[in-house]
Design a protein around this ligand. Structure first.
Ligand code: GLC
Length: 484
């Protein structure tokens, strides 16, 4: 079927030179449904989308609001694996026996751990919540954990400290929401690798999981985010495949009883309150309905501290952020502190530059919803809040011009956040932005704030375009910069 009637003009616009009066003749017809479908294909993969459904324990929308407004959080992978510094899978990848690995706990006595310093780094980056690996797959707990098999925890070994407590205090002191990551599976248990063949051992691991979760949700006050990982069994299948073993609905009913408002991720085998996309791949495709989060690494080498550094640049992080937020998601960006508890200074500096961009442009991110326009891959994304529409320009194109599909409502002003000249022309069919911004290309995205004569309904969904504008409106050469 090659009907031009269902083509979406915005895609065409990116492919042809934008003009005030619309695309060149014939261009609208040139994209067919199939081509459009492929252009709109999302790169986002929700790895736990087949998890068990149980709406009775899902948070209602009003309790998800803070999380959906927050947009940006800090993920922290930290534990014994910071000592060998080859990533958090070092025990498994290098086939280190549980006996040999556990000796690291006698060396783990971080000299500079300071929950407040981590929280400050997150805050300076413009992040609103944090998630710490209270316990990863190696089984070492960063708190005083009576349920830990063999008391394999920081309080009972060299450190003699409850890092979860210090971290939680740090987050709260900085006004950030508190998240805890927990991996129910534990490589120390042979039963993990063979739950049917070694049911008794596997049952011990399960009992440890329930016991430790209960400790985490009982002893540290209000926990805002519960982030599971590693619910699969023997490194095969999905979290949902392992639900016969973990009984994630039962587990999360316990969480709900003790932490009724905690936002829970989907990786326990139960669907959770949001979906999760993992990794640093480029994000493209349309707006995604519902709550979702992309987690990725600042240092692409591994989640845990790694002496090999492949750092994202601040510009890449901001591009990722606007691409995710413009499609309705949050970004959880990971850092891996070293064995002494220090987030490497180069990472902190990268985060600080992201925070600087957010200081100037944060109103286009926090508290917004995606739309009213669909993103156009590698060109722009849009968010809105009440009567403001924010266009995140990823690439102005050679003519320094973007032509957008119609926006409902009349644009009464157009401003570049942080300063810069812009002219805006609105007709019944198009909005054309022409940049007079003098900044080097290839850097941070520019943000154009369009103020409409009416507020858009804040339901988080894309609004149908269609203009109320009669005639042409010109807003020329505005340069009212917004100070941070
Ligand atoms: C994977 C890895 C793990 C990491 C996590 C972060 O599941 O097993 O090492 O903690 O992803 O999303």
């Amino acid at each position: 079927m090659h009907s031009g009637s269902r083509t979406i003009q915005l895609l065409c616009l990116a492919l042809c030179a934008a003009t005030v009066h619309g695309p060149p003749a014939g261009a609208v017809e040139s994209l067919t449904d199939d081509e459009l479908a492929s252009k709109l294909k999302s790169s986002v993969v929700f790895k736990s989308k087949d998890s068990l459904k149980d709406p009775s324990i899902k948070l209602p929308a009003e309790d998800m609001k803070w999380w959906r407004d927050a947009k940006f959080g800090m993920f922290i992978h930290w534990g014994l694996y910071a000592i060998p510094a080859r990533g958090e899978w070092v025990m498994h990848n290098e086939k280190i026996s549980a006996d040999a690995y556990e000796k690291l706990a006698d060396e783990f006595a971080p000299r500079h751990f300071d929950g407040g310093a981590w929280a400050q780094a997150a805050k300076d980056a413009g992040m609103k919540y944090m998630v710490l690996t209270a316990r990863h797959h190696d089984g070492f707990a960063l708190w005083d954990s009576p349920s830990s098999y063999g008391r394999f925890c920081s309080m009972s070994r060299a450190a003699k400290r409850d890092f979860v407590k210090e971290y939680v205090d740090g987050c709260r002191g900085a006004g950030l929401k508190v998240g805890l990551y927990y991996s129910p599976m534990d490589w120390r248990f042979p039963g993990y690798f063979d739950p049917k063949g070694l049911p008794e051992n596997a049952a011990l691991m399960k009992a440890q999981g329930y016991g430790q979760m209960k400790e985490l949700i009982s002893n540290y006050g209000s926990i805002d985010v519960v982030w599971y990982d590693g619910g699969w069994l023997a490194h095969t299948g999905t979290d949902a495949d392992a639900s016969w073993f973990w009984e994630p609905v039962k587990l999360n009913k316990m969480v709900r009883e003790l932490q009724p408002k905690a936002v829970i991720n989907p990786r326990s085998g139960w669907e959770g309150d949001f979906q999760s996309d993992e990794g640093g791949h480029e994000i493209f495709g349309p707006i995604i309905e519902g709550s979702w989060e992309k987690c990725l690494n600042l240092n692409a080498s591994s989640w845990g501290y790694n002496t090999t550094q492949k750092l994202m640049t601040p510009q890449q992080i901001v591009h990722m952020l606007v691409n995710v937020v413009g499609r309705g998601g949050n970004v959880l960006l990971n850092v891996g502190p070293d064995r002494d508890g220090v987030i490497p200074p180069s990472h902190v500096e990268t985060l600080r530059q992201v925070g600087q961009w957010l200081g100037m442009n944060g109103r286009s991110i926090y508290g917004t919803r995606p739309g009213p326009l669909q993103p156009l891959d590698r060109r722009y994304c849009a968010t809105f809040h009440e009567q403001n529409v924010y266009i995140h320009v990823l690439d102005w194109g050679p003519e320094k011009k973007l032509t957008l599909p119609a926006i409902r409502g009349t644009i009464i002003s157009a401003t570049v956040l942080g300063g810069g000249k812009i002219s805006c022309e609105q007709t019944a069919d198009w909005v054309t932005l022409t940049s007079g911004i003098e900044r080097a290309a290839g850097g941070f995205p520019d943000v154009v704030e369009l103020v409409l004569d009416r507020a858009l309904s804040n339901d988080g969904l894309v609004l149908p375009s269609g203009s109320a504008v009669k005639g042409t409106i010109n807003i020329q050469d505005t340069n009212r910069g917004v100070s941070p």
